[in-house]
Write a protein that binds this ligand. Structure first.
Ligand code: NAD
Length: 257
């Protein structure tokens, strides 16, 4: 399929799932706008590399997704936004009664409120263009819970709710809104946790992956950033034009348990 002529804005896309999605959208022909809160030469180099490898326009725009005005400015600076992928996210693990208030506020702002602000700014742009796709990266934790991740789970359940409301408000237009719910994906962030967990449990790498990290993922395999990208490209295809307001789990069976 070709997304040539479409512009995709992907929040939090200088690494991990966001970058994987940007690359798959570029492979499908879309121009891409990458984002994070940093403004380093390497951030811009990632965009230049995508442009060179896939023959599309690619730009990096710095914007802090914890700040509503910067979320909205990102869409304005992008100049076009046919495809909006709300991906930026952080995590903090702690019991509720000692959960730091600043971490709660940051997680709700970056993982949930940013999607409200970017969607609010992007919908008028999509309406003007006569076509749009909103793809929110939620989580298996948008559908189920685990202890000690209260802010993340509240935010991701919120993202699923926001997705449904966005879909209903655009239902009679050529715009769809859906959420992808990944299980464990082997991103640099997750990879970095393996050595510490090996030490903590005195386990081999294989045992940590299978029996600790993927304990709730029946396939016992990580999902990949390419699969998140491929699912996003599918949601942008004509075949998905009547798929709206729903979640697609890419979690090796986690939520079937
Ligand atoms: P990651 O840390 O590699 O990516 C997070 C991205 O968000 C980075 O590009 C980071 O720079 C960006 N970001 C963080 N704070 C930001 C801010 N204030 N403003 C702008 N950008 C900011 O992690 P990832 O694993 O690729 O996660 C991406 C998304 O996928 C997150 O929403 C996460 O909750 C979700 N997710 C990840 C997994 C997993 O197993 N890796 C599973 C389910 C859902």
């Amino acid at each position: 399929m070709t997304l040539s002529g479409k512009t995709a804005v992907i929040t939090g896309s200088n690494s991990g799932i966001g970058l994987g999605i940007a690359i798959e959208l570029a492979k499908a022909g879309a121009d891409v706008v990458l984002n994070s809160f940093t403004d380093r030469p390497e951030d811009h180099a990632i965009a230049d590399g995508i442009a060179q490898d896939h023959g599309v326009k690619a730009r990096y725009i710095q914007a802090d997704m914890s700040k509503g005005d910067q979320c909205r400015a990102l869409i304005e600076q992008a100049g076009a936004c046919d495809i909006l992928v709300n991906n930026a996210g952080i995590q903090h693990v702690c019991p509720i009664d000692s959960f730091p208030v600043d971490k709660w506020d940051a997680i709700i702002a970056i993982n949930l409120s940013s999607a409200f602000h970017t969607t609010a700014a992007a919908l008028p742009v999509m309406r003007k263009a006569g076509w749009g796709r909103v793809v929110n990266i939620a989580s298996a934790h948008g559908l189920t819970a685990s202890p000690y991740k209260s802010a993340y789970i509240a935010a991701k359940h919120g993202v699923v709710g926001l997705t449904k409301t966005t879909a209903l408000e655009t239902a009679e237009e050529p715009i769809t809104a859906n959420a992808i719910c990944p299980g464990y994906v082997l991103t640099p962030l997750v990879e970095a946790q393996i050595p510490d967990t090996m030490k903590e449990y005195d386990m081999s790498r294989e045992d940590v992956i299978k029996n600790v990290m993927l304990k709730r993922q029946p396939s016992k395999e990580f999902a990949t950033v390419e699969q998140m990208g491929g699912t996003t490209v599918f949601l942008c295809s004509d075949a998905a034009a009547q798929i709206t307001g729903t979640t697609i789990s890419v979690d090796g069976g986690w939520t079937a348990l």
